[in-house]
Design a protein around this ligand. Structure first.
Ligand code: SF4
Length: 408
């Protein structure tokens, strides 16, 4: 039986993903025992980690619909209110079960997303491969050239600076002087090459993979330097992996001050740029992204427009955090941006360690409604959602596109 929620029919795996994203998960001890057997990937702690959670909490589940084998991946969001959480339990045979509103959900097969085998492998100099690349969802190959973020004021939902460990190369260090990167880049790129070659052999990238260059911002006045570094890395990895990945190279970056540098990114092999607004109304942007707001709302808008001219319609993306603003305010703004050629998406707000938010998680009804309506907007322009349902673990954009949510 599919699930009927308000005016929508939702396939069971998508319903479960939506319930987990809005209410979080509590694992039973039986389920945690299965996590060890299935070699579950635990929290990467690269740039986020749920509040109230231990470092060994499983990071993601893959949920498959028993009837048609459609699969999606969901982040193991931790609950704000445990009484409303989805319970993940295991039966005597070790099969995972989801208990939603006190009932076992039918027709879904649940497994942990496994830790990629390359997480334990090392490159020649002895460093772990995962210092250079990591996996988000099932099949993202994420390259983070530094840890942390040096934006003038952190976004209020983000705890990225809580995961810097001793010995990490930080945004602050890279921003300190051009010499820092110049000295580092030769060794970094060779090590990255070795790490990518090892990682790409992993089973998680067998079907396809998404090559994503992403990092916290350098300081507000160093975004041109950031763009030049991203371009240098893109140029280097293009022949190595860019042509094999599903979208080419995706660069998630705050745009440079000098708009001409967008062309450098494109000429270096970047196929899609992502400038995340996070909040799409001027009011929300000011409130929740004070550091980005120091750059200016129009700074982002101007560069989104310029990027469409350079990369083409459908190759410029912007992501939002669903839950910061009302859906009624978000959708018209998304529509206006789509008209200009920008593909919009959103992650459902979840509470990471280090956030300073004053709002709660959105309700399932709002989440389903937003993604259904967003799909209507994007489909008018033939825009395809970012990545795939097994990569985008905190969004229902792909599911809406793939008709896992339809009107009753
Ligand atoms: S720009 Fe904002 S969301 Fe991005 S890493 Fe920095 S604080 Fe986090």
């Amino acid at each position: 039986m599919n699930i009927i929620h308000d005016k929508y029919i939702i396939q069971n795996e998508t319903y479960l993903k939506g319930m987990i994203l809005t209410n979080g998960i509590v694992f039973t001890q039986n389920a945690l025992n299965v996590a060890l057997i299935e070699k579950a990937k635990i929290q990467n702690q690269v740039y986020n980690m749920p509040i109230n959670s231990e470092a060994n909490r499983p990071q993601e589940l893959i949920i498959t619909n028993r009837k048609d084998n459609y699969s999606t991946v969901v982040s193991c969001v931790s609950p704000v209110d445990e009484s409303k959480a989805v319970i993940i339990d295991a039966d005597y045979s070790g099969e995972l079960l989801a208990i939603v509103n006190k009932k076992i959900l039918d027709d879904v097969v649940i497994h942990y997303v496994q830790e990629p085998t390359y997480y334990h492998k090392r490159i020649t100099n002895g460093e772990l491969v995962k210092r250079y690349v990591s996996a988000c969802g099932l099949d993202e190959l994420d390259i983070l050239p530094w840890k942390g973020c040096s934006i003038s004021k952190p976004c209020r939902f983000c705890g990225v600076n809580n995961y810097i460990r001793r010995g990490d190369v930080t945004a602050t260090a890279v921003a300190s002087s051009i010499c820092f990167w110049n000295k580092r880049s030769y060794d970094y790129l060779r090590n990255l090459q070795e790490a990518i070659n090892i990682a790409l052999k992993d089973a998680c990238y067998k079907e396809h993979f998404h090559l994503i260059l992403i990092a916290g911002n350098l300081a507000n006045d160093k975004l041109d330097l950031e763009c030049r570094i991203f371009s240098e890395i893109a140029q280097f990895i293009m022949p190595l992996a860019g042509h094999k990945s599903r979208e080419g190279i995706v660069a998630v970056i705050s745009p440079p001050n000098d708009i001409n540098l967008l062309r450098l990114l494109k000429n270096s092999g970047v196929t899609n740029v992502v400038f995340n607004l996070e909040a799409v109304t001027e009011e929300g942007f000011k409130k929740y992204c004070p550091g980005k707001n120091d750059l200016g709302f129009n700074y982002f808008m101007d560069r989104l427009n310029a990027a469409v001219d350079i990369f083409g319609k459908g190759h410029v993306w912007s992501n939002l955090v669903l839950g910061l603003e009302s859906v009624d305010l978000m959708l018209p703004e998304c529509e206006a941006l789509a008209e200009r050629g920008v593909v919009m998406s959103a992650n459902v707000l979840h509470f990471d360690k280090g956030n300073t938010l004053d709002c709660g998680a959105p309700e399932l009804g709002d989440v389903v409604n937003f993604f259904f309506e967003l799909e209507r907007i994007n489909s008018k322009h033939n825009f395809i959602p970012f990545y795939c349902a097994k990569a985008l673990r905190t969004s229902l954009t792909n599911e809406a596109h793939e008709k896992r949510i339809v009107l009753k």
